[in-house]
Design a binder for this molecule. Structure first.
Ligand code: 15L
Length: 279
């Protein structure tokens, strides 16, 4: 694949996925502008430069985005936390990212999450997979912040023509860690290929793509990947024997968001399956 014609800004560069993308995209020779509230812990690729900054600082973000053709927004709080901790980085920060993209005419690739839909039940037997236009069912404040991010993208495309791709990432880890991840896993190489396709695709509009590898027991179906030509190549099945017996608590087991759904869950235990009907 080619390198993009303009530099690419990556927020959250010091996080696990940011560090991986810095190395893998840097190895492709991409001109990278990196930022994070935490110092960058690795050796920088020759084509990358790093500026430490807070997503709450809109002016800093405008400066970092100058001349960039795409913003990979992986910054912000990446796990379930109290609302007050999420508010600044994930909500205000997202606004700063979109304002910078609007000014530069840049495309936003947003690290959304499966926790936007985490309270959908896991499919069983012949149950249909979820399509990208399914109802949002966030499983916490973190998931709500990702719904907000996707809606920000919807509005900036409709109102300002800022293109954006919202990646509902499942579990992006070097390898799956529990039984749920046999369905939700996204490999690091599939993530890199996904980002290449997102940045290099000609036209994307407002798109939503499930960030999962080619897992046979995946929960998710139709999305907009045809617009960018991404085909995931890895799958989690090789770890099945190792992970199949890993059963968690009933709430985590019932919902797609797993353990996130169970955090501070205060309804009575979910059994039998239709206990919660009607919706
Ligand atoms: C996410 O959105 C988190 O950022 C990550 O830490 C994992 O918990 C992942 O979802 C998951 O659902 O496995």
């Amino acid at each position: 694949m080619n390198a993009p014609s303009k530099p690419v800004l990556l927020t959250g560069a010091s996080g696990a996925l940011g560090r991986h993308l810095t190395q893998s995209l840097g190895a492709l020779g991409w001109a990278l502008r990196l930022t994070d509230i935490a110092p960058f812990p690795d050796v920088l690729p020759p084509s990358a430069r790093f500026v430490q900054a807070d997503l709450n600082d809109g002016v800093a973000l405008l400066r970092q985005a100058e001349g960039c053709g795409a913003i990979l927004h992986f910054g912000g709080v990446s796990v379930e936390r109290p609302f007050e901790e999420i508010l600044g980085p994930n909500l205000r920060g997202l606004y700063h990212v979109y304002e910078a993209a609007r000014r530069e005419g840049a495309r936003v690739i947003f690290a959304s999450s499966n926790h936007t839909i985490g309270f959908h039940e896991r499919p069983r037997g012949n149950d249909a997979k979820l399509d990208a236009d399914c109802a949002f069912r966030p499983d916490g404040y973190y998931g709500i912040s990702k719904v907000y991010g996707e809606m920000m993208g919807r509005m900036y495309w409709d109102k300002h023509g800022v293109e954006n791709i919202n990646l509902r990432i499942g579990s992006c880890q070097p390898k799956p860690l529990d039984r749920r991840m046999l369905s939700t896993w996204l490999s690091y190489p599939d993530l890199t290929r996904l980002i290449e396709c997102c940045v290099l695709a000609e036209k994307v509009g407002h798109a939503v793509i499930w960030g999962q590898s080619n897992n046979p027991t995946g929960y998710w179906g139709e999305d907009h990947r045809a617009r960018i030509g991404w085909v995931p190549q890895d799958n989690a099945e090789v770890w099945r024997a190792e992970l199949e017996s890993f059963i968690s608590d009933p709430v985590s087991e019932r919902y797609q968001g797993g353990a996130y759904a169970a955090i501070e869950y205060s309804r009575s235990a979910p059994s039998p399956r239709d206990h919660f009907a009607p919706e």
